[in-house]
Design a protein around this ligand. Sequence first.
Ligand SMILES: *[C@@H]1O[C@H](CO)[C@@H](O)[C@H](O)[C@H]1NC(C)=O
Ligand SMILES: *[C@@H]1O[C@H](CO)[C@@H](O)[C@H](O)[C@H]1NC(C)=O
Ligand SMILES: *[C@@H]1O[C@H](CO)[C@@H](O)[C@H](O)[C@H]1NC(C)=O
Ligand SMILES: *[C@@H]1O[C@H](CO)[C@@H](O)[C@H](O)[C@H]1NC(C)=O
Ligand SMILES: *[C@@H]1O[C@H](CO)[C@@H](O)[C@H](O)[C@H]1NC(C)=O
Ligand SMILES: *[C@@H]1O[C@H](CO)[C@@H](O)[C@H](O)[C@H]1NC(C)=O
Length: 804
Amino acid sequence: MLFVPHSLLLLKEALIFCLEGNEDQILHKKALEDSIIETCETYLLPWLESAVVDGNDEETLSSILQIFQIILSRASDNKSVKFAEMLASSSWFSLSFGFMGLFPTDHVKSAVYLVISSIVDKVLGFNYGETIRDACIYLPPDPAELMYLLGQCGSDDFNLASCQCAILVILYVCSFYNERLAADNQILASVEQYILLNGGKFPHEVPGSLMLTLLVHLYAFVRGISFRCSIPHSPEAEKTLFHAMSCNEWDLLLIRVHLIALKWLFQNGELMEPLSFQLLNFCKTFCDDRIITLSGSSQFVDIQMIAELVYSGENCISSLLVSLLNQMVKEGAEDEILSVANVITEILVTFPCTSDQFMSCGIVDALGSIYVSPYSSRIKTVCSLLIFNILYSASGVTFTCDNDVWLALTMKLLDCFNSSLHHTSSDQERKILIGILCLILNHSANKVLIEPAKAIILNHCLVLMMDGIVQEACAKGPSLFQHNQETAFGDFLILMLLLIFFSLQSLHAILEASIDWQDFLQYSDETQSFSVLGIPCHDLCRLMHFGPSPVKLIASQCLLELLTRISDQRSFLNAELRCSAKYLKSIIAVTEGMVFSQDSRVAENCGACLSVVLGWERFGIKEKAMIRESKWSRLILEEFAVALTAPGLTSKSFTNQQKVAANIAVSLLQLSQVPDWLTSLFNESLVSGIVANLSARNVTAEIVNLFSELMAKKYLNQEHIAGLHNLFQVCRRQAYEGGGSKAQPSSEKKTGMARSSEDVRALLFDMMLGHRAVSYTTVEMEQERLLREIDSFFFQESSLREQR
Ligand SMILES: *[C@@H]1O[C@H](CO)[C@@H](O)[C@H](O)[C@H]1NC(C)=O
Ligand SMILES: *[C@@H]1O[C@H](CO)[C@@H](O)[C@H](O)[C@H]1NC(C)=O
Ligand SMILES: *[C@@H]1O[C@H](CO)[C@@H](O)[C@H](O)[C@H]1NC(C)=O
Ligand SMILES: *[C@@H]1O[C@H](CO)[C@@H](O)[C@H](O)[C@H]1NC(C)=O
Ligand SMILES: *[C@@H]1O[C@H](CO)[C@@H](O)[C@H](O)[C@H]1NC(C)=O
Ligand SMILES: *[C@@H]1O[C@H](CO)[C@@H](O)[C@H](O)[C@H]1NC(C)=O
């Protein structure tokens, strides 16, 4: 053991040598310094811990404390902070009082407190350690005595007062590392007594706001802890501190704070006023340097903490934010509105479900006031985005009680459209407003926000604007193709078409009874404009034919929606078709033409439209004639037949569209009068060829469905059925064996938020696609559909066998 003191001395000298400031050999010195720090961590600290248990070697303890002290006070910032954190989280404070108990000398005491003060400097900042250095000689070596001192009146005794500051600092630091100098109820009692006895003129010494801030945080932490264990508290002390908080300066954001403390603070209704001021400050700093606050890991109040608190509920942050917003809107403080709105948006991004909370605090009302005041376009844009995001992430339940608020807001938004009818405006704000209208309409499909939705659908200005832009688009003819979302006109057109799509959905959900869907089977120049927000099928066909691909997609989606509604209503009312044969033929021609579309979603929509129209054959002679005349269907199916029997001969794009063609074939087979050409096409040799050429890998649900239909209509012989039976058995086995690949994480739903009008458009687009009746989103769904179709094929096969 004799050589231990010498080794420590050597270590210390080496450390000092490393930290000495000349520039040569800097790399070697760094490496040596690192390895010394590592030695401290891995050998000396554990050794100290065991020394508390059995050692009584004061000299060694002092040497080690000196080395630690040198690292804490002289190593580079990063290294010393890391070292301080390491010590603090290794129960350093309990350990320290252990040393002082074992070696009750002044020398050890001052060395121990010096190390503690350096740790405090590193982990709290602001020279809080100074309070401990100042009071060092008066500080007792025993935690129980510390607690006792804290509970005394220090106003007449300068030394006692400075001890008390040091004790508060030590207690505060301990709170972050889950260390306690005494039982929770004892700490609470001492802190309360300190407040009661010194409440008149604390805080002392250290610049006022620093110490008061620390006291507030400490008190809140202790209260938060004791609340959990239902330890009683002194209302008088609470009152005294709250009073100090409202008359003196303190700063929530100044030092790191424990989540428990923050939570307790924001649960106190009496603190609304001071906290609201603090929260506004937070919003301002958040917007000034978003990056710094977001990446700061050292437990300063940051957006993550605030968001988590809002998410956890049971506190007043959301209502404080909303009332701040309200107040700032009334005061016309643009910068502050921006700050608060940004913070709320950030919280929504982190936890979309907090949207409901903000709504129940009245955020919609607060934001609505923006539109009746002369605010800058920048403010209106930010607030509109916030409304959009709230609507986007709100769950339906919250709306039921808020109908009036939303109606009022909707009317204000609609007024914005009335005031200027520049429909080619590329203005961000206007686009976001359209996005909001779309979301209201989408919600109305779930039977909430019905009145606001009606106001939109029946708004005359909007209807006129819609007509205007659709006419302008149609008038462009083939050159419309160039107007994709990159151009101002295309961008606006896409948004307006999305609005039409959601309007059609909403019409179906809330105004079904008063809509004559056949009104949409008109030429746009035949009638004066609609009284509801919609678009004639004919115009949709033109947009599909000439438009760029996003326009094609939305228009085809709208057309499918309209045709489906017309079909349903006709079946229900047994209504005769009111449009001309020519009109219907042009719809058929356009949709048939686009079954070959590059975009498989457009192709699917068009295929589905065609199937709907083919289904009208059962309604009357007029329809029968038109469908018989259709030449394209024949071409499509002949190509389909070739693709199935001689796959090499067809173009790649056609193989992608086989599903669509199979569906059309099924629709044709279901006609009351199957066209002759179809019967001769699917003759025995063709079907044999298809069955021979199919392999289990390329069987789809649509193909199976087609064979079910062929079987039902007696196009298959026994040999075909046997062949298909075997083939489908193989498919089924493969689907089950491939169950392993089913386990792959299904593409989880993106809960995006909009930060710009481009995001708004993208989110609306995804929402529209989410409504698609046939959506081939995941491999699993596809697989499931295939198995279902195969099962129904087998079922049908066995029932046919029984009939025989
Ligand atoms: C200290 O750490 C920060 C971030 O961890 C880093 O960016 C910086 O370069 C480090 N400084 C030194 C001197 O290592
Ligand atoms: C839009 O409506 C659909 C169907 O009613 C619903 O499932 C979806 O969640 C809604 N989307 C939003 C963002 O509200
Ligand atoms: C829209 O403007 C027209 C004329 O500019 C006016 O008559 C009408 O009342 C306005 N509508 C709304 C809802 O303000
Ligand atoms: C089906 O797959 C087989 C091989 O897996 C291939 O030879 C054949 O061309 C495919 N048939 C069709 C119709 O794509
Ligand atoms: C079946 O149809 C093909 C043309 O689609 C024709 O070439 C063939 O001769 C027909 N076979 C029979 C047996 O009718
Ligand atoms: C595919 O179909 C063609 C045409 O019916 C036929 O001649 C050929 O033999 C089939 N191929 C296979 C692999 O059965």
